[in-house]
Design a protein around this ligand. Sequence first.
Ligand code: AMP
Length: 290
Amino acid sequence: MSLSFLTTAAQVRTRVAALAAQGRPLALVPTMGCLHAGHLALVEAAKGRLGPEGGGVAALSLFVNPLQFGPHEDFGRYPRQLEEDRGVCERVGIDWLYAPPAQEVYPPGFQTYVSCEALSLPLCGQSRPGHFRGVATVVCKLLALFRPRWAVFGEKDFQQLCLIRALNRDLDLGVEIVGVPIIREADGLALSSRNKLLSATERRQATALFRVLSTARQRCCEGERRAWVLKEEAERGLLEAGIRMDYVAIVDEVGLAPVEPIEGRGIRMLVAGFAGGIRLIDNIALPCPD
Ligand code: AMP
């Protein structure tokens, strides 16, 4: 199947209806574009779910969602490269690329929003009020439009993944939400479209995020169970590297509530900070004692 380039909800709806009539499944990968190897891991996971027979459809949406950017954030600066991304989609065997203009997603009169309550509040929600309402609204629209069997998201945006699992459950959308582990550069920096915006100095500073996470994981393996100690060490590590910290947190992976001490399964450490003006996030699973 060659790549279909779609820009309107009506085009998607027609194709989704035809697909459903034939009983063929769809896997959706929502992105904001500027595609990198992290996104391609999501595509691989989507294609893996569809299986080798080729009966299903792999769809990728590309939309820089204005609703999830605050008034002083980098919506205008966010990197965009639609033609390149279109070529990438063709190369990796995406069947449908949906890249709507903003007025298609939010036409005049748009007034219905989705907000996940408790999961929107901590961590990134503290410094980015309204961000997760924007995310939840656009993801909900995409899931309602595409009616995928699977929707694939990265663990890189861990809070976002938790929130999407919650909205899928709470609104009975019935999609299988697939989470994909973080893809990193050789020096550990998590791939992100925003990495393109880093200067050489900031790029060096940015490696501190994964470094402090790895150190904490190592300390935890060696037996340090006090979350506050690991947090303080990580905060110091970020400061020394010149990162302006937003938060360091050790939380349970479902409810994102702080954990103290570190015991039991499903605990994750998350960090967010600025290298120069560029906001970066990362996270790592902490080992559980047996
Ligand atoms: P974005 O285009 O940044 O909105 O990301 C689109 C999807 O790709 C989200 O589900 C992200 O979590 C995921 N993603 C972005 N970077 C990575 C990465 N380095 N590894 C794994 N998934 C990623």
